[in-house]
Design a protein around this ligand. Structure first.
Ligand code: ADP
Length: 487
């Protein structure tokens, strides 16, 4: 099957969060399965730094963005992944915006990218069976296929799947940006892509993709209700029969404590002794030697985008009590300014046992997963969450809120049966989170139980094998809807 994965980010090229892991790893898995799969991405500044690995195909596309016709230059790499270059839009230090806010021309940037994807197919005479779109940045693709490209023979048999990785990000723009899409103004109504007087790019995908999915079964149900639907629950309910939940996997080659290039010790579930070296190294790196003392106390890690969704307000409020137990907390994150400040303020007050690291740091992320005993994920909502999956693979026991994909992947510990691979809490309050942590600390004091739990989590298979197979099945459903048999 010819699969085009359209995504605004993908490892190993560019990453701000889980979407990049998913798009990159899924494409790799397809190739292992001998599917014809390709990624298409904007050529951002950071990717350009690797430009010697990229080749200019010489192919040029013209993409209307409102009244302007923008040129895109098509690059590819040895894996035949494609990159659309347009420096005016993508030659910037960040991908979507700075900590102060999103780039003001994001509507134009991702109109260009979405339409550019279809123009690239045309220019290369590439006829995808499926375009797998991801999030609002590529959500106009299915709508373009149903409107401006409806009569284009190249796409006559092309089906679309839209994966919603996070309904909290919809690509909402002022009504005046509608003209940038070059779609008819008749689409600016509640049945189209209008949303409370604004243009909603994600809604374009929801109303027009052949099928939809989100990244866990629980989240797929949650978003049909008003608590998690972010105003789109009504539209989603109209597509309920076409909406599926497919849990994300992780790339077991990229995330493997037995050969991780960033670690000072290696280990696997047969022999976890190497984890102690990682733990010692983490303590030495993030806490000064006098503070690194008390090595016997639990180390809690967090690696996260610093956004409202991730429960940082709970953490900030719980820190005084949490640290009073003598534990160490290591946080790595990047995102909203107010959380940067909030965390830095408390780190000033509790410097000894709290290490706050602002930035995106792949190496430190790996070291925190490997060096921590517990991994805290107190999200308000969590479509899937990769942090807890990676933590489990690295023998760091998740303490997580019971929502979305966290509820689907972390089984709460049952002390009387010695069953479970993590600790869950339901209420979104500091005290519920602290209660779960206290339950975790009780297990921590029993070395055998702790070891058993760590190994139970490490043994879980969160690889892409099953989910990639599931996506192929969904593509076949989409193709069938499109009126043709999946091959
Ligand atoms: P989301 O996609 O909502 O950000 P996920 O849990 O699905 O959350 O995925 C987050 C991914 O990004 C994980 O691979 C995590 O390790 C990584 N990550 C998040 N923040 C950072 C950071 N500051 N530095 C390095 N990696 C990070």
């Amino acid at each position: 099957m010819k699969i085009l994965i359209a995504s605004p980010e993908a490892v190993p090229y560019v990453k701000t969060g889980g979407l990049a892991d998913v798009a990159g790893a899924l494409c790799r898995e397809y190739r292992k399965m001998k599917q014809d799969a390709f990624l298409i991405l904007p050529l951002y500044k950071n990717i350009k730094k690797r430009e010697n690995a990229l080749v200019d195909t010489g192919v040029r596309i013209k993409v209307p963005v409102g009244k302007r016709i923008m040129e895109g230059r098509i690059f590819n790499d040895r894996l035949q992944n494609h990159f659309i270059r347009c420096d005016e839009f993508f030659d910037r230090p960040e991908i979507y915006g700075t900590p102060e806010g999103d780039y003001a021309d994001n509507a134009a940037r991702f109109v260009f990218f979405s339409r550019g994807i279809l123009e690239t197919c045309r220019a290369l005479n590439f006829r995808p069976d499926v375009v797998h779109c991801n999030d609002w940045q590529t959500s106009l693709v299915p709508l373009y296929l149903r409107t401006l490209y409806r009569n284009d023979g190249l796409f006559k048999k092309t089906a679309t799947l839209l994966t919603i990785h996070n309904l909290g990000y919809q690509g909402l723009f002022p009504a005046s940006d509608m003209v940038l899409t070059n779609l008819g103004s008749d689409l600016f109504n509640p049945g189209g892509i209008e949303f409370y007087g604004k243009v909603n790019f994600l809604k374009a995908g929801i109303i027009s993709a052949d099928i939809l999915n989100t990244v866990s079964e629980t989240y797929a149900k949650e978003i049909l209700g008003s608590d998690f639907g972010y105003g789109l629950d009504g539209v989603l309910r109209t597509r309920q029969d076409d909406l599926y939940g497919v849990i994300n996997g992780i790339d077991h080659d990229e995330w493997d404590p037995s050969k991780d290039r960033f670690l000072s010790g290696h280990y696997d579930y047969d022999d976890i002794s190497g984890k102690s070296a990682c733990r010692r190294k983490l303590l030495r790196t993030l806490f000064t030697s006098s503070q690194a003392g008390g090595e016997s106390m639990p180390v809690i890690g967090m690696v996260t985008r610093l956004s409202e969704q991730k429960g940082l307000d709970l953490v900030i409020r719980a820190v005084p009590e949490l640290l009073s137990f003598g534990v160490k907390l290591a946080i790595l994150g990047k995102g909203d300014d107010r959380f940067h400040k909030g965390l830095q303020d408390i780190s000033g007050m509790f410097g000894g046992s709290l290490s706050v690291n602002i930035g995106f740091d792949e190496q430190l992320a790996h070291r925190i997963y490997a060096g921590s005993d517990f991994f805290l994920v107190p999200s308000k909502y969590e479509p899937c969450g990769l942090g807890q999956l990676i933590a489990l693979r690295y023998g760091s026991i998740p303490v997580a809120r019971k929502t979305g994909g966290l509820a689907d992947t972390v089984q709460d510990y049952e002390p009387l049966k010695s069953r479970g691979i993590g600790f869950l809490f339901s209420d979104y309050t500091p005290s519920a989170m602290l209660d779960a942590l206290k339950r975790a600390f009780c297990v921590y004091t029993d070395k055998d139980k702790m070891k058993q739990m760590i190994r139970g989590g490490m043994r879980k298979d969160f690889s892409w094998k099953h989910s990639a197979q599931r996506y192929i099945e969904l593509y076949k459903v989409a193709l069938k809807k499109k009126g043709r048999k999946g091959r």
